[in-house]
Write a protein that binds this ligand. Sequence first.
Ligand code: OOG
Ligand code: NI
Length: 461
Amino acid sequence: MISQWRLRAAFARRLSAMYGREVPAYTTLVDVSREVNEDVLRDRGADAERLGSIGRVTAERHGAVRVGTPAELQQVARVFGALGMHPVGFYDLREAAASAVPVVSTAFRPVDGEELARNPFRVFTSLLTPADPRFFDPELRARLETFLAGRELFPPELLALADRAEAEGELPDDAAERFLQLAVAAFELSTQPIDRVWYETLEKVSAVAADIGGVRSTHVNHLTPRVLDIDELYRRMTARGIEMIDAIQGPPGGRGPAVLLRQTSFRALAEPRTMREPDGQVREGALRVRFGEVEARGIALTRAGRERYDTLLAGVDERLAHDPDADRPSVARTLWADLMPGTEHELAAQGLAYFTYRPAPERPRDGAHPPTALADLLATGWLRAEPIVYEDFLPRSAAGIFQSNLTDRGRRDDDQTATAYDSTWLSGALDRDVLDPYTLYDAQQRRSLEAAAEELGIAVP
Ligand code: OOG
Ligand code: NI
């Protein structure tokens, strides 16, 4: 029998092997990431593993996939459900001014601490929004919906195996093998001819709309390794002549503990794709839709901590609007130093980031009574705090990642009124609850505090 987490780990490994064959630059990225991680481990020792064991980090990937309809989204959710991955978080990529991509997204990932430690594979999953009139007029919407209704992304045999794995939590060896083959194949780049005129019609709205709705199958858009020092990775990739986007997205690095998520990417080369012309002729064309991305993960922020990050983004934008020649990274570093404390201890004491807490082995043993406030329990050495890793994504960075891949801004008609989509709508479309990331981190922190309080014989701080 193969358990869900082993299926998940095997799926991530096989998808990685397949994507490496499809996009050779990805293999370079994985190699350079591994080198950087080994160097960081050597330089920093145990400290390097504070946000995950080197085993976890080396195997860690996130994928990105894009689907066209709620029915397709429900099916992909069954495939990921088989792997113990649940929809977490809602991201609306239609609003980001710079990108205006007609999708809303969630991320499928393990939610339980132990499952995450075994293998944290996650997939950023985007759903096209044909009903948004700012992007699609009624005629194009109708054509698009008809096209999407006529395709099959996941064969029934795959979905039946997925349901069984989800219900039973495991699969017998043979069924597991079959499931993995079919699941990986479902995300392979298709060699079927693409209707060039239809593809280009959608491309005028958005390259992402064409990538989703212009073809009869789906594919991995990118697969992202995790690196322990993203600034160093950026330098090494650039030194190898790979042209990265001009920035690392997310909070500035350097000072204090790493928080949330920092990402950067590069455009992959054009890939050969078969095109069908209006006269029926088939010829070799090329499309450039996939890319490479890498990320560094930090500590999960509470809502209060996250507000400070959003304040940073707004502050940097404002400063750049007044002074377009200012250096964005240094503006961000300066503002960030004012907004965020520079130690884990302060992040914990001020309730800005999530930690698991346990009684310190070296706590006072002289019969003294522990203090009641969390900050005091930490300061006086009663409790120890271990950071909780941020397992999710950032909408602004995601918009930047989408954007890095587009040569053309696409088209959004702001005279039309947006269709409302939110987390509740997405839960309905999925027929599964979209989980709230803060609730998950809160619960993990709370459980640890309750256990620690019980051991110390005090009220939960
Ligand atoms: C997803 C872009 C977002 C990330 O890491 O923020 C993303 C896509 O291009 O489909 O993957
Ligand atoms: Ni990504």
